[in-house]
Design a binder for this molecule. Structure first.
Ligand code: NDP
Length: 471
């Protein structure tokens, strides 16, 4: 049991003014693993004041200084990678496979920003006008629980590259992970006030950050519902916002694809991060006249999905982060049954022998219509919907018939054809023939999946204000 009573303000771990306690529960077996004291408005005030003071000098630092700090951060996080993975498995229940990849991404985000900085032009010319890209100010960073440390590292790296200072509010369910990560940041020797962190509830600490006039920008990752609330509050002080929100990503398998390879890949892909992934390909779009073959292949693949202890290297699907999330996924499985979708694998209840934790059966529905709730709403659990289409045109229409537009996937034997289809899909990222990641390519959503972009040059520009100087 770990008792976390402190936040991190102005370069030190400090006792918070808030007194409310939140219990940290291991999602694998429901055993208590710690407690965290939640901050309040007064703690947010202190953190923002520290960040505001630090901004005065940090915004003036050279690119070389920022590169050195990013290098220090990378080394400090890298040194404790193994511990960070273990605490993520313990507190979040992420699989070892996923947590390892997530930490690698977290560490790589410092290098990615170093590379971006080396080529970035903070001073440009447009006609006769001299353009300066200046840091936007103090940034409020608000993150969810499903890959907490990698979100914090990537947003912090970008803020530092831009010359901004930050106040972070992580999910309170990630408190053990954030404390260890913060210890790494402390060791990296950031100037006082550049990084501040206050644990607390969204409607207390999150709201206080969003409403505060000294916060110039919010970088948020989380649900679309919360993202909209944040955008509304941000309007009063005309804050800049970057919103990385939910998804219901289509995975189009064209009829010329190798189904023996593509369908199992699609099933395992839908269960990435135990299904708690915004980019998970949860709508599998397949040719109607091949549905029987797809069903057989998908069912066989589901039988190979290992649901269980996330610490085991072979596990593909761990527990849901909380009982609330477990109940949400169960609710959607029932909705799918009530809507008349055909259950192909999994279903309601916990898998046998895993009653102690928040485990969900690896579930597949087939004969799903795109207007069903299970095809339209983000479930955020290991539930895949197979949706038949008539022809390529129909597949594109179905893919785009959603309020979301974060990611999409296209598989075809003909890359040029897949590219043509990809160019007609309304999504911020489309992967062809597999699940791919490019940390330098812009990441973000079309439609209600978000606003703005993260990563690389596009991500950095979101933390900067262009100033035109007319000579
Ligand atoms: P939430 O939107 O519920 O919460 C995200 C963060 O926002 C939490 O820290 C939360 O605090 C905080 N928050 C809640 N209400 C407010 C508020 N009114 N003002 C300010 N902050 C607030 O998301 P979840 O934690 O449930 O995470 C899952 C969601 O995140 C999914 O919908 C998923 O799609 C999305 N997501 C998007 C990604 C992307 O890159 N597009 C990546 C990963 C996830 P608290 O914990 O106290 O509620």
């Amino acid at each position: 049991m770990k008792n976390i009573t402190k936040g991190y303000i102005n370069g030190e771990f400090v006792t918070l003014h808030g007194t409310q306690i939140f219990n940290l529960i291991n999602p694998t077996n429901h055993q208590p693993v710690g407690q965290v004291t939640l901050g309040d408005e007064e703690d947010v005030q202190r953190a923002i004041a520290a960040a505001k003071t630090a901004f005065k000098s940090f915004s003036q630092t050279s690119v070389a200084t920022r590169i050195q700090l990013l290098e220090n951060l990378k080394q400090a996080v890298n040194k404790r990678e193994k511990e960070l993975i273990e605490v993520m498995i313990l507190e979040y229940g992420g699989t070892r496979q996923f947590c390892t990849m997530s930490l690698q991404n977290a560490i790589a985000s410092f290098d990615n920003m170093i590379t971006t900085l080396r080529h970035f032009e903070f001073q440009r010319k447009s006609g006769n006008t001299f353009i300066q890209l200046t840091p936007v100010g103090v940034v409020g960073i608000i993150t969810p629980w499903n890959s907490s440390n990698s979100f914090i590292c990537s947003k912090l790296a970008t803020a530092i590259a831009a010359g901004c200072t930050v106040v972070v509010k992580p999910s309170e369910m990630s408190a053990l992970q954030t404390e260890l990560l913060t210890a790494c940041f402390h060791e990296a020797g950031l100037p006082k006030g550049v990084y501040n962190m206050v644990n607390g509830l969204g409607n207390v600490v999150g709201t206080a950050i969003t409403n505060h006039p000294d916060i110039a920008k919010i970088s948020f990752t989380g649900s679309t519902v919360t993202g909209k609330q944040i955008a509304r509050s941000a309007v009063d002080t005309v804050k800049r916002v970057t919103l990385e929100l939910g998804g219901k990503s289509p995975n189009i398998i064209l009829e010329d694809a190798d189904f023996e390879q593509a369908i199992p890949q699609a099933v395992f892909g839908a269960y990435m991060n135990s299904g708690q992934a915004c980019i998970a390909p949860t709508r599998l779009l397949v040719p109607k006249d091949r549905l029987e073959t797809v069903n057989q292949l998908a069912k066989a693949a589901a039988a190979h999905v290992v649901v269980g202890n996330p610490a085991d290297a072979a596990t593909n699907v761990g527990p849901m982060v909380s009982e609330k999330q477990f109940e949400r996924v169960q609710h959607y499985i029932q909705v799918g049954l009530d809507e008349g979708a055909t259950l192909l694998a999994g279903g309601p209840g916990k898998p046998a022998g895993l009653e102690e934790g928040n485990f969900v059966k690896a579930t597949i529905f087939t004969n799903v219509r795109n207007d069903m709730r299970i095809a339209q709403e983000e479930i955020f659990g290991p539930v895949l919907s197979i949706i038949p289409y008539e022809n390529e045109e129909d597949a594109i229409t179905i893919a785009n018939d959603t309020m979301y537009g974060l990611a999409a996937y296209v598989t075809s034997a003909n890359e040029a054809r897949a590219l043509k289809v990809a160019s007609r899909i309304d999504a911020g990222r489309v992967c062809i023939n597999g699940f791919k990641h490019d940390p330098m390519a812009p990441f973000g959503g079309f439609k209600q999946s978000g606003l703005g972009r993260e990563f690389g040059v596009y991500g950095l520009e979101e933390y900067l204000e262009p100033k035109s100087i007319l000579l």
